[in-house]
Structures are given as structure tokens and as C-alpha cells.
Design a protein around this ligand. Sequence first.
Ligand code: PLP
Length: 398
Amino acid sequence: MFEHLDILPPDPILGLNQTFQQDTNPDKINLSVGVYQNAQGVTPIFKAVKKAEQQLLAQQQTKSYAPQAGDPAFIERITSLLLGSELVTSLGERVATVMTPGGCGALRMGAELLTRSNKGATVWVSDPTWANHYPLLQSAGLTLKPYSYYSPETHGVDFRAMLESLNSIPNGDIVLLHGCCHNPTGADITPTQWDAVIDVLEERDLTPFIDVAYQGFGDGLEQDAYGVRAAVKRLPQVLIASSCSKNFGLYRERIGAVMVITESVKQTQAAKSHILSAARCNYSMSPYHGGGIVGHLLSDEALTKEWKEELESVRSRMNSLRLGLAKGLNEAQSKIDFGFVAQSKGMFCYLGISREDVLSLRSEFGIYLLESTRINVAGLSEENLPVIVERVSSVLTR
Ligand SMILES: Cc1ncc(COP(=O)(O)O)c(C=O)c1O
């Protein structure tokens, strides 16, 4: 039955992690992981999340199936967290939210909806984009093509090229946008640039599919939702994939949400029914636990306040590490101006060094970053920062 199957190569990011685990260098440092880590290198459970979980478990009377669309409290609160309560009220039943297994589940269910409504549709993704966008969306039957986004020369968004590229996309296609904290580059567009992008989407009848995996990791919960809210306010239809993995630290619970906004209640109901049908064909319904925790937490004022404060401290810790790295590298060498590292948003940024230097850092010094030069800022710590600065600058200046 399975004798003709070849063993597939490991996922590039997970595979590098494995290589790191096997590396015997006692001074090794892993900057390639995709999770937040505290100063001790631990991915902590938010205190408010732990409390919400304990309360939820104490109250829970049954493990029977939850509604197929997910925990009602979760659905209501997560939609408001992202869109804001005013916008949610004005949309009424033009917005529908379905709980999903993580942001990946949301991306996949969004992709299934797009395939069902427009077989073989083309989704345009930023160049570069999160590597998993390709398999997740393509295997649902969508065609993916890149639009210009990042300039390795300026280490930032080439906004002129981006607009030009978006302006050449055929009417009616789909554009995948990162809501905030672009993965892998950390280079985001500004609110004014979002407005200009939405102008193009409006003119060319393009549908945005917005991936929000890091709300609260960039400039703050409200600020990070600017692009999504502006798109929803102005465009007739928007598809959103949101993840609670990072901002609630619920990675392994697999909790996210797919949201669909259309111009009529009827269309939204139809779209929702197709999402539910796609879920039924795949895994029937999302795991409940993570959504139960988030729904409970966001329904409790004190827990919500505590969680927001914890999230804020995560954000400011990453910002101070990012500033420390930029300053340290600029003081230690003059080959590259690393000011752009200080400007980057969220958990990731490109270091912009050569592939050869990435490989030397790995083999000679046990410093692991992706070949694209993506680093996880949260992999830095007050302790390892001077070591990283010294090793990166020594590789750069020889
Ligand atoms: C850009 C982006 N989208 C979506 C996700 C989905 O995350 P998850 O399925 O773990 O919620 C991630 C996770 O790394 C991501 O970086």
C-alpha cells in the first residue's frame, strides 16, 4: 500500500530546529524558532490565561460537543478584539466568525471557501511571505503568485513597487496581506500606506485575505488592527484569518478564527455555511479548549486587563531587545547599518547578511538563523545579546 512513498524532506524551519537540538556546541543559540521566549528561554503561559483555564475547568460540566462554529463567547469576543466593538455593531450579521484549529486552520478554511466560490482562484502573496502560506493555500486548490513587497537593498517595504504590483493584478483576484508584524521580514506598511493599498483593492475589485497572527506584538492591540479595520470599513468583502497562538500563548491548543465579511447578510450566511461544510469534511469541528479559555478570559474584565498588561510587557521586552541588537551591531561594525532592525515590528526580522555568513554563524559559532536571514527577536536575551553581537560582527568584518 505505502511501498511507493518516498520519505519527504523535513519542513525547513522544523528541520533546522532538529539540527539545532543535535548540535553539541555548548554555546549554541537558536534564533530560528517561531515562538515567543522569555529571558529564561521559556515560552511562558500568560498568568491571566492560566487563571482563565483553571476557572473554565472548574466550571465545566460536560465534554460534549460544542456548537460547530465554536464557543459563542469566543466568537463574539475575538471578533470584537480584532474589529473593535463599534465596527462589529455596524456590520451586524454581515460578519460571521468560525473557530478554527489555529491560524493555520483559519487560513485553510478561508482557502476552502475561496476555492468553493471561485475554483482555481489566484491569491497574490507578498514576496517574501510566511513559507507555510504556499502549501496551506495551494493544497486547497488555489494558485499563488507573488507581488512585490520587500527590498533587500533598503531592508524595508518597497512601497512603490508594491503598489505598482498590486495595480497589475487582474480584477477579481485575491490579495493576501499580513495584518501586522510581517513574517518573515518584520517590515510593515504604515496606516497611510494601508489606505493607499485599500484604494487599489477598491478600484480593482480585489478581495483581501488578511492574516493576523501577531495582534498586540507590533504597536499595540488597537494599532495593529488598523489595516484590518480600514479594509472592513471600506471594502464590500474581506476574509480574515486570526490566530491566538502568539498573543494568548496558546500555541499547542490550536486556536484561531476565520472571519468573513460580505456586502449582504445572505452572502455572509452562505459563506459561513461553506466554511462549516469544509470543516465538516476535514475535522468536523475545531478543538474547544483554547477557544473556551480565550472566550472566558475576554468575558472577564479583570482577566482581560491582566492579559493586556502581560502582552504589553512581552511587546516592550521584544522592542528593547530589538533596539539593543541594532545599537550593539552598529557600534561593533560599520559594514551594514542595522537601524532597520530597530524599526521592525513583531517577532521576526531579516538580518540582511549573506547566506555564506548565515552558514558560518551556524557551523562556527552555533548561532542558528534561517537561510533567508530571518531571526526571532524573542530568541535574544540580555545574556546572549553581547555574544550574538560579537559573533555576527566578527563574521561580517573578516
Ligand atoms: C504569518 C502567520 N500566519 C499564521 C500563523 C499560524 O499560526 P498557528 O496556526 O500556530 O495559529 C503563523 C504562525 O507562525 C504565522 O506566522
